[in-house]
Design a protein around this ligand. Structure first.
Ligand SMILES: [Zn+2]
Length: 266
């Protein structure tokens, strides 16, 4: 599933290629991919005026006061295509631009969605999100406050989008390994000092992953249909041995695979 660095890479790519393009049509190829909350037929979508990320969501605003909220879920991809006739077997929707290029929404598992709202509409899923990891307010005091009375494992707390927005399974594994903290540790039992390390490692890992255009394990591609490179820098996710040569353990936590070093992570 694309996480913050992958979604940010896509947003960066979209900003380079899609900003100021006029959308002439939006075609839904698989029913249910586009959800329209505007409530009437949209005659014009307009020109793309801004493209941003919030958590794992992509937010595209247009000159006609609409916003498109895109979530890629498990396997969604957004690919720029210069040939109008080109599609793939998994194309679920496409945005066609006035210069005869288009943006393809390709999604093997088909869980991804494009939602259309009016620009001012409140979007519940966005309102509920926790802080962005790069924000100044995302610090050890914030985590301490969020983890108060929480007996869940640190792993699930960091995956919770209402605590911090944008982290997923790969990066949480990597952050906890780099912070030397066991994924099984309960949130309310972690010291302020250790929480500070988690915050620092989170910012560090995400920044480096964005620099390398994200992590491609299977489906993720940039808008140029290229893979990311951060998979080459993973230290624990799907690894057999840690940097110190200990055997990495793989367990399931809340249905997700956790990789950790039982020696290094306490
Ligand atoms: Zn180790």
């Amino acid at each position: 599933m694309p996480e913050l660095p992958e979604v940010q890479t896509i947003v960066n790519g979209l900003n380079k290629k899609g900003l100021n393009k006029k959308i002439v049509s939006m075609n839904e190829i698989r029913k249910g991919t586009i959800q329209n909350f505007v409530g009437e037929n949209i005659s014009e979508i307009g020109v793309i005026s801004s493209i941003k990320r919030r958590g794992k969501y992509i937010i595209i605003k247009t000159s006609k006061k609409l916003k498109l909220i895109i979530h890629l879920r498990m396997t969604g991809k957004l690919i720029f295509e210069t040939e109008l006739t080109k599609t793939s077997d998994h194309t679920r929707a496409e945005l066609v631009f006035s210069d005869n290029t288009k943006l393809i929404f390709d999604d093997v598992r088909a869980f991804g969605k494009i939602q259309i709202y009016n620009k001012e509409d409140e979007v519940e899923s966005l309102e509920k999100l926790g802080l962005e990891p790069f924000s100044k307010d995302f610090n050890e005091k914030y985590l301490k406050m969020k983890f108060k009375n929480r007996k869940s494992h640190i792993k699930s707390l960091l995956l919770n989008q209402r605590v911090v927005a944008g982290l997923g399974n790969i990066y949480v594994n990597e952050i906890l390994y780099r912070a030397r903290i066991s994924p099984k540790k309960k949130g309310n039992q972690i010291s302020l000092k250790k929480l500070k390390t988690i915050v620092e490692k989170a910012k560090e890992v995400l920044e480096k992953a964005i620099k390398h255009n994200g992590t491609t394990i299977s489906d993720y591609r940039s808008v140029e249909d290229k893979t990311g490179k951060f998979q080459n820098f993973l230290k624990v996710y799907q690894k057999e041995y840690c940097e110190c040569g200990h055997q990495i353990k793989k367990v399931k936590q809340a249905g997700r695979s956790t990789y950790y070093c039982p020696v290094c992570q306490k």
